[in-house]
Write a protein that binds this ligand. Sequence first.
Ligand code: 13P
Length: 332
Amino acid sequence: MTIELQATVDALVQKGKGILAADESGPTIAKRFKAIGVESTEENRRAWRSLVLATPGLGQYVSGVILYEETLGQHGDDGEPLPQLASRLGIVPGIKVDTGKCPLALAPGDEITQGLDGLAERLEGYKRQGARFAKWRAVYNVADQLPSRAAIEANAEALARYAAVCQAQNVVPIVEPEVLIDGSHTQSRCAEVTQAVLHEVFAALHRHRVALEHMLLKPSMVVPGKAHAMQAEPAEVAEHTLRVLRRTVPAAVPGINFLSGGQSPAEATANLNALNRLGPQPWRLSFSYGRALQDTAMQAWQGQKTLAQRAQQALLKRARLNGAASLGEYDA
Ligand code: 13P
């Protein structure tokens, strides 16, 4: 059991590599496609995701890819199942297993992530389709009174129960508590919320006997709200983020792979680089970006087969720069 989990962790946490999040849900991928004038049909989603996975050289910088349930069952242009295509290129396939968020009852403004019922059975199926790791995302809205204690505790409990079910099935859990960037709050308010959230998440993981050695953390960086007048420089983001992480994340966690959460591709790379310039840290610090890796490539693609190569080049470029940033070697 531990051997399989350890092998997956070792494959995911590699020097100079990070994770590609390509697990947008139906409504989210529709929104991304709409921005480039592409309709979200099953075939268009398949075309995009097979283009992404077939990018020559991607495995140099990307160790794992998070897929959406639909993608696990789709095939590349030559008929190869997409999880198999990823594995063949040295990229570990993973699967988003939460079923999305909804309002937390009696807690206006707070949200809770769902998907625990039947999770063990679903994981068995995903494993048969090739998935070796999983992801569950909890979200926290920030305001003066948000998130509430109830939301912090309920989401921590759900994340820990998800992680325990995954490990029981030999699937490595990525634990993703996302403190949202939306709003006009200060960077110190983001730090305060992130610290409370992570403290509660690790208490719950301990309570549910999750092996910290066999999970990855996917947090948001500590940044001011997007609507705040003063945005932070990479060095400030790195300093605030690391202060919170060092206070809350045990050294047994092998890797911390940040989400991009609405940062521009260039910002996400510069911030990751600054984080890695402050080392050494007990954990490997890398990326698990969705938008920050895919946005420029999707714009280059425009839904057209003839532009696929251009899109792959754009994706490979962001992957290469983020790979360098994960070593603190990115030069803007
Ligand atoms: P972004 O990097 O676009 O925030 O996506 C990461 C992710 O997986 C969110 O759940």
